[in-house]
Each structure stands twice: as structure tokens, then as C-alpha cells.
Design a protein around this ligand. Structure first.
Ligand code: ZN
Ligand code: ZN
Length: 284
């Protein structure tokens, strides 16, 4: 199967274990955290793990490797202290991604609470530019992916237009593209569920972000209603979205270049396998 389908996996015992795990559950792409997502401490990638990760990926044909940035990072925070810590932590994220050979580093654009949206947008662009300044990404496939958010108050990236605006400000300074999350898109108010709504939503994404710029789809059903702005992921097919949007996306030739990665709740290890199998079963 050439379609790239996977799931977010843990890295206990080393990043290379997650590649083995992906292969074990039949996934040919995956997402990981390259460090604890709830700690500011900046770590380096283990060189032995980096070698092993590349070897296993080549053996098993697993890729792209998607890395999700720590939840603490807020590149448009009103607090200079938080912003400086975020720039340093995000630089560490980029360095680890480059060391591991990760293609994509997903970033939530952050919260501009206490500022104006325009100020937030400017700070986000400046911070990202500073974080990557001087790092050797040029001869690699590495891209920072700006992820659309659920549209909560003060959160940057709750609309396609905002995501597109940030990408266009960064384009000439950094390798940037986009990750769209189905749950975030749905709870932000876009219709992916009805056939006509899906077409309109994708047309809007095309005219703002550009579909070639979308590299990863986070495949998550939603616990909350469309437009609720509540970001609660649900197992694919068991939430307010149902299976159809996922079937459409997986079979939409305009997204043939994309990787599809579930970030659905894992109550037991078998849930990871189940998410991959559900997505694979929707490919026609
Ligand atoms: Zn996501
Ligand atoms: Zn989410």
C-alpha cells in the first residue's frame, strides 16, 4: 500500500522502538514526541538512536516521521519569559528532528491572550524564524507544519485564513507547510461531514492554504459537536463526525501526497492497531 497511514506512538526505550511498533501494527508512517511534551528541559537526540531509527525506517519503509512539538511551547505568548523559553525549546525540537531525520515537525501556533491577533501573528512568525535561524535544514526534507486549531478564544490558527497567513509570513525564511486536524476543523465550524460541506471546506482550504501545502492530516473523530470549539478527540467512526469524512479524505486524489496519522485516545495498546486498521479499511 502506498498510502501513508499511521498513528501517534510512544517512544519508551528509544525512538527506534516506535518505528518497530509502527511496523508491528501495519503502519507505514507515525507521529512521536521526541522528548517529554510537558517538560521545558532541552535534550539532544541520542546519536545511536538516530542511526537505528534511520535503519529501521529504511528496512520497514516507514515514513514520513512526524514529530509533534511539546505542548508547553507558545511562540506567541504575551509573556517574554514564556516566549524566550518557547523559542529555545522549539529550536531544540528542530535540532532533534534534524538529527533523527524527521520530515515533519508539527506546531500549534499558540495563544495570543493579552495581545491582539495581529501582534500574536507577528510574534509567532518572529519566534519561529529565530528558532530555526542558522540550523542546517536546507538539504533535508524537513518542514515545520503549522497545525490548525479548534478555534478556542485567543488561539492562533483556528481558521484556514489564519494558518495561511502565518505560512505566508514565514515562507521566505523557513521551510513551512501545514497539518490539518479533522477534529479541529470540525469543532472550529467547518463541515467535513456532509458531501457538499466537504467539497466547500476543501475548496476553501485550497483557496487559502493551498492543498499542496497540506502535508499531514491528523485523523481524529470528535467527541464534541461541529462549531463547539471543544478539542476532544474520539476513536474514528465513534464520534460526531462518523466514518465518511475519513473515507473521503483517504480517497481524495488532491491529498494523495499526504500522510494520515491518528491521534485518537488509547486506552489499551490494541487501540493503536485498531485506528490503523479502521483507516486502512476505508481506502478504496
Ligand atoms: Zn492534531
Ligand atoms: Zn486536538
Amino acid at each position: 500500500m502506498t498510502k501513508r497511514i499511521g498513528v501517534h506512538l510512544g517512544t519508551t526505550g528509544g525512538v527506534s522502538n516506535s518505528i518497530e511498533r509502527a511496523h508491528e501494527i501495519g503502519a507505514n508512517t507515525l507521529q512521536i514526541f521526541s522528548a517529554s511534551p510537558r517538560m521545558w528541559r532541552i535534550t539532544k537526540a541520542d546519536p545511536k538512536q538516530a542511526v537505528r531509527t534511520r535503519e529501521l525506517r529504511a528496512n520497514f519503509d516507514v515514513g514520513p516521521l512526524v514529530i509533534h512539538t511539546s505542548y508547553l511551547v507558545n511562540v506567541c505568548s504575551q509573556s517574554e519569559e514564556v516566549r524566550e523559553k518557547s523559542v529555545a525549546a522549539f529550536r531544540g525540537e528542530i535540532e532533534r528532528a534534524l538529527a533523527l531525520g524527521g520530515e515533519y515537525l508539527v506546531l500549534h501556533p499558540g495563544s495570543w491572550r493579552g495581545l491582539t491577533r495581529e501582534e500574536g501573528l507577528k510574534l509567532a512568525a518572529d519566534s519561529i524564524e529565530r528558532a530555526i535561524d542558522g540550523l542546517p535544514w536546507q538539504s533535508t526534507p524537513f518542514h515545520i507544519l503549522i497545525e490548525n486549531t479548534a478555534g478556542a478564544e485567543f488561539s492562533l490558527g483556528g481558521s484556514f485564513e489564519q494558518v495561511a497567513e502565518l505560512v505566508s509570513r514565514l515562507k521566505s525564511h523557513a521551510p513551512v507547510a501545514v497539518c490539518l486536524d479533522t477534529c479541529h476543523t470540525h469543532v472550529a465550524g467547518y463541515d467535513l461531514v456532509s458531501a457538499e460541506g466537504y467539497e466547500q471546506t476543501i475548496k476553501l482550504a485550497a483557496s487559502t492554504i493551498g492543498l499542496e501545502t497540506v502535508r499531514v492530516w491528523h485523523m481524529n473523530d470528535a467527541k464534541a459537536a461541529r462549531g463547539s470549539k471543544l478539542d476532544r478527540h474520539e476513536q474514528i467512526g465513534k464520534g460526531t463526525m462518523g466514518l465518511e469524512p475519513f473515507r473521503r479524505l483517504l480517497n481524495d486524489s488532491r491529498f494523495a501526497h499526504c500522510a494520515f496519522v491518528a491521534e485518537t485516545p488509547v486506552e489499551e495498546p490494541a487501540d493503536e492497531l485498531r485506528s490503523v486498521q479502521v483507516l486502512q479499511s476505508l481506502v478504496q
